[in-house]
Design a protein around this ligand. Structure first.
Ligand code: PGA
Length: 256
């Protein structure tokens, strides 16, 4: 089963709209056609930079998709400060990260909230990147598989997957995010394969075989090749290293 890898940059709360434009211009300067071939490249700027990045991508015909880092699950309403999924879709946002561990830990997002967001994103024709991953205590207590299975099952409850390309799961061990500590390629592979097994249980074998599963957590130019060489790792969700155009270009261009 050949799956098209997805490499996504999660900029978190970095880069205003002017810096965002500069970053994408520099990234595009470093990359050539072959780098984009056979894989999808996504950048997820803060909300306020989405429009600017989208306009640049469109005018320069860059093969880069624009994503968002979260969204609300309702289509509209009295939700001060929130952004509706339809508003993102109107800006040609193709991807939305759902349930990033920072949203879960710092903003109280439960699996139920993540589930509603995933459904809202699908309802508006966008593709969720559903994040799952254990923290250090859970890993040390050997609970990582149970935790990830629970997060996955609850986040995807009632989500139908007609086209498996419309859903990406990101395995992001919390202890590896922003810490410089990466899961070993073997650990990343083991967990991505475990997630694929869970998808087969929740849906079916064919769907599970076709869904892209990313690894995230301190992905850098120096470790991307080894991670991507793992059979069940179908891309990366990159935080810190996506803020630097040289580094992200090396990650996207890792096959050179
Ligand atoms: P990091 O972040 O690459 O800085 O570890 C990854 C993420 O949070 O998605």
């Amino acid at each position: 089963m050949s799956r098209t890898p997805v490499i996504a940059g999660n900029w978190k709360m970095h880069k205003d709209h002017l810096e965002a434009i500069q970053l994408v211009q520099r990234l595009a300067y470093h990359l050539d056609e072959q780098d984009y071939e056979g894989q999808e490249v996504v950048v997820c700027p803060p909300f306020v930079a989405i429009r600017s990045v989208g306009t640049l991508v469109e005018s320069d015909r860059l093969p880069i998709a624009v994503g968002a880092q979260t969204c609300h699950w309702e289509d509209s309403g009295a939700f001060t400060g929130e952004v509706a999924p339809g508003m993102l879709a109107r800006l040609d946002v193709r991807w939305v990260i759902c349930g990033h561990s920072e949203r879960r830990a710092l903003f109280g997002e439960t699996d139920d909230v993540v589930n509603r967001k995933v459904k809202a994103v699908r309802r508006h024709g966008m593709r969720p990147i559903v994040c799952v991953g254990e923290d250090l205590d859970q890993r040390e207590a050997h609970e990582h598989e149970a935790i990830v299975a629970e997060q996955l099952g609850a986040s995807l409850a009632g989500v139908s997957i007609d086209d498996p390309e419309d859903l990406v799961v990101a395995y992001e061990p919390v202890w590896a995010i922003g810490t410089g500590e990466t899961a070993t390629p073997d650990d990343a592979q083991a967990m991505c394969a475990f997630i694929r097994g869970q998808l087969a249980r929740l849906h079916d074998e064919d769907t599970a075989a076709a869904v892209r599963i990313q690894y995230g957590g301190s992905v850098k130019p120096g470790n991307i090749r080894e991670l991507m060489a793992q059979p069940d790792v179908d891309g990366a969700l990159v935080g810190g290293a996506s803020l630097n155009s040289d580094d992200f270009a090396l990650i996207v261009g890792h096959r050179r």
